[in-house]
Design a protein around this ligand. Sequence first.
Ligand SMILES: Nc1ncnc2c1ncn2[C@@H]1O[C@H](COP(=O)(O)OP(=O)(O)OP(=O)(O)O)[C@@H](O)[C@H]1O
Length: 337
Amino acid sequence: MIATESLSKRFPRVTALDRLSLDIGPGVTGLVGANGAGKSTMIKILLGLSPATEGRAEVLGLDVATSGGAIRERVGYMPEHDCLPADVSATEFVVHMARMSGLPPTAARERTADTLRHVGLYEERYRPIGGYSTGMKQRVKLAQALVHDPKLVLLDEPTNGLDPVGRDEMLGLIRRVWTDFGISVLVTSHLLGELERTCDHVVVIDGGRLLRSSSTSDFTQATATLAIEVTDTDAHPDGTKALREALTAAGVALHAGEEEGLPGAGHILLLDAEGEETYDIVRDTVAELGLGLVRMEQRRHRIAEVFRAEAPADAERPADTHRPADAGRPAQEVQSR
Ligand SMILES: Nc1ncnc2c1ncn2[C@@H]1O[C@H](COP(=O)(O)OP(=O)(O)OP(=O)(O)O)[C@@H](O)[C@H]1O
């Protein structure tokens, strides 16, 4: 879908992209980096809107230096900043964008109705955009990127300004752009956490340089760590302690510390699983003690942890404090440089 080779973009005072070589296939790909990492610059080069200083890039097999127009016919683009006219309705605006992309009037109207429905805008699509919430405006921006049925969409920070619920809804929509319509997606974000569930592949850039490009599952590979949480009972007022002692006696290797569980719940024991029998031992021990098993789950790395572990020593990386008690809070933000 996208291939770059030693792609660089230098402004007089800053190198926005520094010899970036990438190969991005079909599916949903996240391009993640702090503010100023070079994400928007990359998108503008891929659209043929801004020339690279060095290197080359192809989108859908077309050279960005010579085929900008052809690329923009086949690719949808959702810009980062607000760029919507306040005094026209979503329907009027998206029909206009569809016509600009070359669709005949009837097809433009039909595609607009379908696309706005797909992004979750219904009756309100006839009201002026000026009165829309941020979430609705982001949906209009997404709709105009999809209306001409592109092969690929480039989405620049589509979750910007959204609250956690709006962000989840937008990420769900983005995922469906690929799963329901087969349109590949390149989505930028400065939030590492939100890409885990949405993207098949993640590219991390920092200061215009490639830090890592790999599949999300490689980033978040399951570890052999099990997290166990149990309830207290009258017989065992500290169920976690009782379980720790019983499992230790059974020869299970437990991690020294405990994690805090959800507010009001017990602590979470962590242990190294050595095959399926560890699960059986835990289950049987919990049953023998008469405790309630709240969770027994295999831990996965979070992208932020991997990123922090791999970042160069001189780079300040986010401290990932994700615990179950953090569930539902906004994803960890990559610090600005
Ligand atoms: N037209 C320009 N002239 C000079 N410098 C620029 C220009 N456009 C971008 N830059 C610089 O290039 C670097 C990368 O900017 P870019 O907008 O690509 O980052 P980004 O990762 O998209 O971050 P953000 O989400 O904050 O826009 C920044 O240091 C920025 O100040």
